[in-house]
Design a protein around this ligand. Structure first.
Ligand SMILES: Cc1ncc(C[n+]2csc(CCOP(=O)(O)OP(=O)(O)O)c2C)c(N)n1
Length: 328
């Protein structure tokens, strides 16, 4: 992972693009498996992938801490989860590294990668990240805590408590809002008055930055700057990445029932993955041939991950109450 002031290398960008493609291909497969009745419930990162991977690329998994939320499938891959691990989680198999198949898929946890498992409620990861940030500050090792959430989560009291506390105590925290403009069927205008979330940072006396979530380099720069501030003891930053929700909220939702068909078609045409591909081609870092080869490779990985996870054993029913009730 890059140090604060090191420029991104071509290899890092290549890796990031591969992670973006992996996230999309795995998600497509999960969707088909859900419709085939094999996976219970999926929350898609479709439209958020570039922003998520760009943000994590600017950080240091293993050193930093990550409080992710349920839509962070691509961020989890960027933190080091393998396609097979995420498929084990989707199938709720015993070997799922996050919870042994107990949690809703999307609650990512991995001690060695510094990914702090969350819950399915909206918002509690935000004050938790402030507390983790304070602990990291006390440890004085220069690590930071990254926490992500949707714009709907900014209506929760948790958002105010987390930002206020982190700002007062100069905690090394990056608050990363993935604003896809919808909280299930509730539009942004009913969550946030004014232009958006970034402006709220001023109330806490911290910087607030708005970036286009389909601009890999823009998101990377914003997160890298926030990381430099955090590591230098200058406190938290609020970043708002504007993204598209190209899928319904979850596989239990159908956004065609409450969103305008023309708007959905217009957003589908603005998919951030082709934009990232074109930016790399423009820089001479990717060719259509190497793009095709990478997609081929990713599709084989998805195949292998799916087969392995589908064949893996379910949790032992005898372990049902583990981590729920104290052992007698
Ligand atoms: C405290 C709480 N209230 C309501 C819900 C139901 N719920 C789950 S996701 C969600 C929408 C959240 O929207 P947003 O934060 O914008 O994130 P997005 O899903 O759009 O990425 C709601 C209301 C919940 N899980 N927890």
């Amino acid at each position: 992972m890059p140090r604060d002031d090191a420029p991104l290398t071509r290899e890092q960008v290549f890796d990031a693009y591969r992670t973006v493609l992996r996230a999309r291909a795995l998600d497509d497969r999960r969707f088909v498996l859900n419709r085939a009745g094999k996976l219970a419930f999926i929350i898609s990162p479709r439209g958020h992938e570039v922003a998520q991977v760009a943000a994590i690329t600017a950080l240091e998994p293993g050193r930093d801490r990550f409080c992710l939320y349920y839509r962070n499938f691509a961020a989890a891959l960027a933190c080091g989860f393998t396609p097979e691990e995420l498929m084990l989680s989707a199938f709720a198999r015993a070997a799922d590294p996050s919870s042994g198949g107990r949690q809703t898929p999307g609650n990512f946890g991995s001690r060695r990668r510094g990914v702090v498992i969350g819950s399915s409620t909206v918002g509690p990861q935000i004050p938790k990240a402030a507390g983790i940030g304070l602990a990291l500050k006390w440890k004085g090792e220069g690590a930071l805590c990254y926490v992500s959430f949707g714009e709907g989560a900014t209506s929760q009291g948790d958002f105010h408590e987390g930002l206020n506390f982190a700002a007062i105590h100069h905690c090394p925290v990056i608050f990363f809002c993935e604003n896809n403009h919808w909280a299930i069927s509730v539009p942004q205008a009913l969550q946030v008055a004014g232009p958006g979330v970034a402006e709220r940072a001023a109330a806490y006396g911290i910087p607030g930055v708005r970036v286009r979530g389909d601009d890999f380099f823009g998101v990377y720069d914003a997160v890298r700057d926030a990381a430099s501030r955090a590591r230098a003891g200058e406190g938290p930053t609020l970043i708002e990445a504007e993204v598209l929700r190209l899928q319904s909220h979850s596989t239990d939702d159908d956004q065609r029932t409450y969103r305008d068909a023309t708007e959905l078609a217009a957003e589908a045409a603005r998919d951030p993955i082709p934009r990232m591909r074109d930016a790399l081609i423009e820089r001479g870092w990717l060719t259509t041939e190497s793009d095709d080869a990478m997609r081929e490779q990713v599709s084989r990985e998805v195949e292998r991950a799916t087969e392995a996870a589908e064949a893996a054993p379910d949790p032992d029913p005898g372990s049902l109450s583990r981590h729920v009730y104290a052992d007698a």
